[in-house]
Design a protein around this ligand. Structure first.
Ligand SMILES: *Cc1c(COP(=O)(O)O)cnc(C)c1O
Length: 231
């Protein structure tokens, strides 16, 4: 199957899952996750996607050098992988959002550099809802204090939350993790009075369950491009 055919199929499955959840297809954004993919492959997917999701600063930098800004759809680039504090300045020049905000130290650093640049950076807080099965994201018990911190940083604009579901095919554990993120977002909306509309959850293996649990943004790599080959 071509990338175009796979994209069509994913959009169909997203639309069906959205309908089941009482939503319209426009309520859920497709982020094309492009780690290890060539710019050529990315361009094939770009017309179907609402954003590009990259994991690594270095990789995004190399791709942006050859990205044809004239002929490509003007999509936002979202950083979805862990960001080290020493790469913040470079990341801010490459990405439109940071979806993997997972510590106060990183929040402070992003705030300082966004302030210097006179820029307000949209962010998502990444939560580790899968607990022992995943290592990325902030522990749910530390979420409230990070939320408090981020809400007080004037150059960060919190738009919602992100999570990676547990790596299992057990539907109920996966859905429980996604429901957990949704509940954290509900609490955060109440505390902050902000809309915090984004719930970035769901990948190739679990995006339909995520949409059932309220996802507004799915991050799809292998179902769109085929299996990844890490060099
Ligand atoms: C790689 C990755 C994805 C996409 O994973 P697939 O299973 O290939 O769809 C989504 N989110 C994050 C944070 C990733 O690192």
């Amino acid at each position: 199957m071509t990338i175009e055919e796979r994209a069509g199929e994913i959009l169909d499955r997203m639309a069906r899952a959205a309908a089941k959840a009482g939503k319209t297809p426009g309520d859920i954004l497709l982020v094309a996750v492009t780690k290890t993919r060539t710019v050529q492959e990315m361009l094939s997917a770009a017309t179907f996607a609402g954003a590009i999701g990259e994991n690594r600063v270095q990789e995004a930098e190399e791709k942006k050098k050859i990205w044809p800004s004239e002929n490509a759809p003007d999509l936002p680039w979202r950083l979805i992988g862990h960001l080290q504090c020493n790469k913040v300045r470079k990341a801010m020049g490459l990405f439109d959002t940071v979806d993997s905000l997972d510590s106060s130290a990183l929040a402070e650093r992003l705030e300082r550099i966004a302030g210097e640049m006179g820029h307000t950076l949209p962010v998502l807080i990444e939560v580790n809802t899968a607990q022992e099965m995943s290592k990325t994201g902030i522990d749910p018990k530390d979420f409230d204090s990070l939320l408090e911190r981020v809400l007080n940083l004037p150059h960060l604009r919190l738009e919602g939350l992100m999570t990676i579901g547990p790596l299992t095919e057990d539907e109920s554990s996966v859905r429980r993790a996604f429901a957990g993120l949704r509940d954290l977002a509900l609490g955060a909306r109440e505390r902050s009075g902000l809309p915090l509309p984004v719930l970035s959850m769901g990948m190739s293996g679990d995006f339909e369950w995520a949409i059932q649990e309220g996802s507004t943004m799915v991050r799809i790599g292998s179902a769109l491009f085929g299996p990844r080959n890490y060099k």
